[in-house]
Design a protein around this ligand. Structure first.
Ligand code: HEC
Ligand code: HEC
Ligand code: HEC
Ligand code: HEC
Ligand code: HEC
Length: 454
């Protein structure tokens, strides 16, 4: 372990002196809490590491520890959101607001905007240990736009009754264990009042809420051990601080299951065959994709290969619902609002999906005030059709195919591949977002066969 003699000394002396917040009685959340505290009211994660070593190292790898420093967050905040907020008073609050969730300590200390990550300021702590463990309530229903209420100080709220720490007081706290707690940052409304993140609300409408399975079960799984090197007892159910999600390929793989079958097992060239694919969300407590749906992509590609090795791409059958074009991959130009934010006159836009066309894409389109697709959730004035896969929902897609006259006699193998990408490639290339954000994760695949006969 790295030696930090000063911190250890201060721990030994119990020298964490809780400075009072700027005003005496604060039970405010959301935008009203901006600047009500000082940085010194919140402890640094490195202090907690002295005893909670494993939990610290788990958290340090999670995206919440990187919520301010992560390259794509930095680019979107400093190159799109801040310039936009400076141009248009409607978005003035956005400058501070992003950090209500991404750098809560800076938000509460009124540091707007905080220095860039390279400066190494306390904004870099992201969603820190102390923030999460001093949240006591929310301002009201529903959880939305950082409406958590904090009471910083010696008392750390958690999931266990009666445990003793030499450094702080501990309290069992019901709210900490609820999905509504996570929802204070995982539900977001844009300045137009549009729900641009609704992970907890999606969960609430689904089967997992009814069964009493909150976020923690899947994102903070339990395992035996000690939560602190100095803990007296082992427990069979220590809450692991993994918070793994869209950035963990292992979490994403298999999130959706695929099966498929043909309408006929024997066809002649020129016959029509219908391939049916079922996509089942058996693993997620919310829709897939969830959260930053404006930039996540989940798509299904079906191809057939005949006995001679010729490959055919099967476009998905249209269902004819309103807004369906957004759910079929296309490279029409989109995201023109970035031109206004970045002062590029006449910006024509970028290819919408930067994927081969004609495949089903499971998405929730975000539209700017001019009705154009946007990846800026704060500039979202309306949403398109919600064609994502809900918890325990099965989506059925069909592919009607006239077997080509030249198809070889023998077995045709049909494959379905479902893939996931965190950020649209055209947008990433344009904004110079490092390539790991556009890695393609294979969520699942399936195959079926039929025979072409004379
Ligand atoms: C000097 C060691 C030490 C330091 C430093 C320390 N803790 Fe603890 N903490 C403990 C011990 C010991 C326990 C009890 C563990 C047990 O018995 O299972 C504990 C328990 C907890 C709990 C569980 C409370 C409950 O009721 O479920 C939380 C939450 C917690 N600590 C948060 C923090 C945070 C946040 C920090 C940094 C600001 C921190 N701790 C710093 C030693 C420490
Ligand atoms: C103070 C605000 C806040 C709270 C409270 C909060 N989160 Fe987050 N969470 C964030 C932010 C911000 C991100 C996005 C980090 C990034 O990628 O920039 C995030 C990201 C995540 C991710 C996505 C990781 C990925 O790989 O994409 C998961 C999973 C997650 N949080 C789970 C939870 C759970 C479970 C809870 C409740 C126990 C919770 N969060 C509470 C702010 C919060
Ligand atoms: C039954 C298990 C389960 C529950 C309950 C659950 N999740 Fe997830 N979550 C997953 C899985 C699996 C993934 C990875 C697949 C994906 O990205 O959607 C995921 C992904 C995520 C992501 C990344 C989504 C994206 O597409 O960018 C976030 C954020 C998240 N979860 C937060 C939460 C929050 C907050 C809750 C509670 C309101 C919650 N989860 C409840 C299983 C669960
Ligand atoms: C996004 C919010 C969040 C962050 C960040 C976070 N925690 Fe927690 N922590 C929780 C929640 C929620 C629980 C209770 C889990 C449950 O009930 O399933 C918990 C539980 C704990 C426990 C008790 C574990 C047990 O089962 O006995 C300790 C100790 C703890 N956290 C310390 C820390 C430390 C140290 C850090 C930073 C390195 C940290 N936490 C970061 C939300 C968070
Ligand atoms: C209400 C809380 C909240 C607010 C306000 C908020 N975010 Fe987020 N942000 C999140 C959460 C939670 C996630 C993770 C969702 C997921 O994994 O799908 C996220 C994800 C992101 C991501 C994607 C990170 C990645 O690696 O994929 C970027 C970029 C981002 N936010 C930037 C911003 C900017 C810029 C603002 C202000 C205009 C902002 N956010 C406002 C909660 C918030």
């Amino acid at each position: 372990m790295r030696r930090l003699p000063l911190i250890m000394a201060s721990i030994a002396l119990g020298a964490f002196i809780a400075l009072p917040p700027l005003v005496a009685e604060v039970r405010k959340g959301g935008d009203e809490a901006l600047g009500l505290y000082r940085y010194e009211n919140f402890e640094r994660p490195i202090t907690c590491r002295q005893c909670h070593t494993d939990i610290y190292e788990q958290w340090a790898q999670s995206m919440m520890a990187q919520a301010y420093t992560h390259h794509w967050d930095e680019i979107e905040y400093f190159e799109l959101a801040i310039p936009h907020a400076e141009k248009d008073p409607k978005f003035a609050e956005v400058q501070a607001g992003c950090n209500g969730c991404h750098a809560p300590v800076s938000f509460l200390a009124g540091d707007v905007p905080p220095p860039r990550p390279e400066a190494g300021s306390r904004a870099n702590e992201g969603v820190s240990c102390d923030i999460c463990h001093v949240i006591v309530a929310r301002t009201g229903e529903p959880s939305v736009n950082y409406n958590y209420i904090v009471e910083p100080g010696r008392v750390k709220r958690g999931n266990r009754e009666g445990v003793k720490s030499p450094y702080h007081e501990t309290v069992y706290h019901e709210f900490t264990r609820s999905a509504e707690y996570c929802g204070t940052c995982h539900n977001e409304q844009s300045p137009y009042g549009v729900w641009v993140k609704a992970t907890q609300l999606e969960w609430k409408e689904g089967p997992y809420a009814a069964e009493g399975v909150p976020c923690h079960v899947c994102h903070m799984p339990r395992a035996p051990g000690r939560s602190a090197v100095t803990a007296k007892d082992e427990h069979p159910d220590i809450a692991q601080h993994l918070f793994h999600g869209a950035h963990d390929p292992g979490k994403v793989r298999g999130a959706i299951e695929l099966r498929m079958h043909p309408s006929d097992r024997e066809v002649e060239p020129g016959d029509r065959v219908v391939i049916t694919v079922q996509a089942f969300n058996g693993k997620c407590g919310h829709k897939v994709p969830s959260g930053s749906a404006e930039e996540r992509q989940l798509w299904l590609r079906v191809t057939a290969v005949d006995a001679a090795g010729r490959e055919y791409h099967l476009p998905v059958d249209r269902k004819g619902f309103a807004g369906e074009p957004a759910t079929i991959t296309s490279n029409e130009l989109a995201y023109q609002d970035m031109g206004m934010m970045m002062d590029i006159p006449g910006f024509a836009g970028l290819p919408r999906d930067s994927l081969p066309e004609g495949d089903r894409i499971f998405c929730l389109p975000y539209f700017d005030p001019q009705g154009r697709r946007t990846i800026a959730q704060w500039n979202t004035a309306s949403l398109g059709v919600d064609y994502r896969i809900g918890p325990r929902e099965t989506k059925i897609e069909t592919y009607t195919w006239t077997v080509p006259e030249e198809a070889a006699i023998g077995t045709i193998v049909v494959r379905a591949e479902m893939s996931y990408r965190r950020l649209v490639k055209s947008v990433a290339d344009f904004l110079k977002v490092p390539a790991d954000e556009t890695e393609i994760i294979r969520v699942n695949d399936a195959r079926t066969t039929f025979e072409v006969v004379d």
